[in-house]
Ligand binder design. Structure first.
Ligand SMILES: Cc1cc2nc3c(=O)[nH]c(=O)nc-3n(C[C@H](O)[C@H](O)[C@H](O)COP(=O)(O)OP(=O)(O)OC[C@H]3O[C@@H](n4cnc5c(N)ncnc54)[C@H](O)[C@@H]3O)c2cc1C
Length: 498
């Protein structure tokens, strides 16, 4: 077996960031990726001649990437062109009820006042203030900490931070907490939706998730050329530092010796030796035995009942009319509780679901209309049961009808052509991201303990580390990147200590 120092399994954001960080510190790194391109969930789909972003579309916390590039001796702006969005998102409940959130805080306050009245605008100000406090308390003490624990969090916060921690009210659900700021159900829905950014229900997620509102307020960017460019830029950076990335290479087994790792076995039977391994696949691949029986003991079992949201998505090229699409658009269903009861409770597609629409060709200021077809990405929350149930043609057809008639109810008519549409179901997500059931964000953040029970960088097997959105600190591109960085730090620290 040829010797490699570190093997990273998966070229998602977390895996690529680990590879960059380790290579920048002089380690020899090889990335093995089963797909044919980097990025994992950050993928694009070909629809006729068009390439459409089919994963993450909202790019936040750009400073994390600036740091990563800088630590690798490069500059983010030399690899990626980012444009700030002035309209964060356009929200609709019907043809008459529309609300934009702006990058400019005062414009959002004004818009909320016009939409729902002065008391709600005051509630929004207070909500933003609380979201900022939560973010600034948790960012240095929890998000950047390698081992999430409540005691550790309290210790790191110090006396002054304990007051802020109490104010965070982790035992309250996000939905209940939002009720103390907003009387208007629609605003509760709008800000409750942030829990879905980590695949969770606002009715079960802790109130701490309101910090995501602060993250968006700090800036949302559009990536020129599409989100997939982020993955390409990271892969290029890694390769520039000497990392080898091999595509179409699936790891089927983690090989161990004397309790520690010794390498991997690939689907074609080849074995490659390594001193250390970083798993960017979902940790459920380990605990389910998909990476071999020996690797099961790396972590305590991950219960399928605690999986986060999956999605049903459509990439299409179509003409639209009637609704002035911004880059990010959210078409809310009327009954938010029933949406999550359907998905998490009944394990079925929502009957009255919220539909997210990314209109990739729209400008960053939310203005302008297009002549001819445009690239669209639609997302509907779905149960993470892709390993147990694949929707049949009738279920899909009924769901599609509900989705597009809901858009029409809000004024958006999409002239869709099945030939110009590519759909992805939870079962397909499960195939792409093994052992997940199609859950896209690891375990759901339900209950106050959930954030502390996410797998951390280190596992029970010496030399085996985790990086990615299903690992601490959580899902989303910046968090997955942060996790990649934590994995590299843990690995380097362990090498130093031995
Ligand atoms: C539809 C959708 C919308 C989203 N929207 C947003 C958004 O707007 N903003 C945001 O910040 N985040 C969003 N996210 C979440 C974000 O995309 C993810 O949290 C992040 O990209 C996860 O990165 P990761 O490091 O966990 O790697 P992943 O993307 O999970 O990639 C893991 C990689 O490992 C590979 N792999 C798995 N098993 C093996 C194996 N055995 N051998 C070799 N390779 C293997 C896979 O092929 C994959 O490439 C969205 C996700 C989805 C799916």
């Amino acid at each position: 077996m040829p010797d490699q120092r570190v093997i990273v399994i998966g070229a998602g954001v977390g895996g690529l960031v680990t590879a960059v960080q380790l290579a920048a510190r002089g380690l020899q790194v090889q990335v093995l990726e089963r797909a044919e391109a980097p990025g994992g969930k950050m993928r694009e789909v070909a629809v006729g001649p068009h390439r459409i972003d089919a994963g993450p579309t909202v790019f936040t916390m750009r400073w994390i990437f600036e740091d990563i590039f800088e630590q690798a001796g490069a500059r983010l702006d030399e690899h990626l062109e980012l444009e700030p969005l002035s309209i964060i998102a356009r929200h609709a409940w019907s043809e008459q009820e529309r609300l934009d959130l702006h990058a400019d805080h005062e414009r959002s306050v004004e818009a909320i006042g016009d939409f729902a009245g002065a008391a709600e605008a005051r509630g929004y100000r207070a909500f933003c203030e609380r979201a900022r406090t939560i973010y600034t308390t948790l960012d240095p003490t929890f998000i950047r900490a390698s081992r999430p624990s409540l005691l550790g969090l309290m210790g790191r916060c110090g006396l002054s931070g304990l007051g802020n921690l109490r104010g965070i009210r982790p035992y309250d659900s996000l939905w209940d907490m939002l009720g103390t700021y907003f009387k208007d159900e629609r605003l509760r829905q709008l800000f409750g939706r942030y829990s879905t950014y980590c695949g969770s229900s606002p009715f079960m997620a802790p109130a701490t998730l309101m910090l995501i509102a602060h993250v968006e307020q700090e800036g949302v960017w559009s990536v020129v050329g599409g989100m997939h460019k982020v993955a390409q830029a990271l892969a290029q950076l890694a390769e520039g530092l000497g990392v080898t990335i091999e595509y179409g290479r699936e790891v089927t087994q983690i090989l161990t010796r004397s309790g520690g790792v010794r390498g991997v076995q690939l689907a074609d039977g080849e074995q490659i030796a390594a001193e250390a391994l970083v798993v960017n696949a979902d940790p459920a691949a380990l605990t389910s035995g998909r990476l071999g029986a020996e690797a099961r003991r790396a972590l305590p079992p991950l219960a399928p009942e605690r999986r986060s949201l999956s999605a049903l998505t459509w990439c299409l090229s179509a003409e639209t009319e009637g609704f002035p699409l911004a880059r990010h658009n959210v078409f809310f269903g009327r009954d938010y509780a029933s949406e999550f009861a359907d998905v998490f409770g009944q394990g079925r597609l929502p009957r009255d679901g919220t539909v997210y629409v990314c209109a990739q060709d729209r400008g960053t200021d939310g203005t302008g209309s297009l002549n001819g077809p445009e690239r669209l990405f639609l997302l509907l929350n779905a149960p993470p049961r892709g390993d147990r149930h694949d929707f049949d043609a009738v279920e899909i057809e009924q769901c599609e009808q509900r989705v597009f008639s809901h858009l029409e109810h809000c004024g958006l008519r999409v002239q869709r052509d099945p030939e110009q549409t590519v759909m992805t179901t939870p079962a397909e997500f499960d195939q792409r991201f093994p052992a997940t059931g199609g859950a896209l964000y690891g375990q759901a953040t339900h209950g106050w303990k959930a954030s502390f029970s996410r797998p951390a960088s280190r596992t029970k097997i010496p030399g085996l580390y985790l990086a990615g959105g299903s690992t601490h600190p959580g899902a989303g591109i910046p968090m997955a990147a942060m996790s990649g960085r934590l994995a590299a730090e843990a690995l380097l620290a362990d090498r130093r200590s031995t």
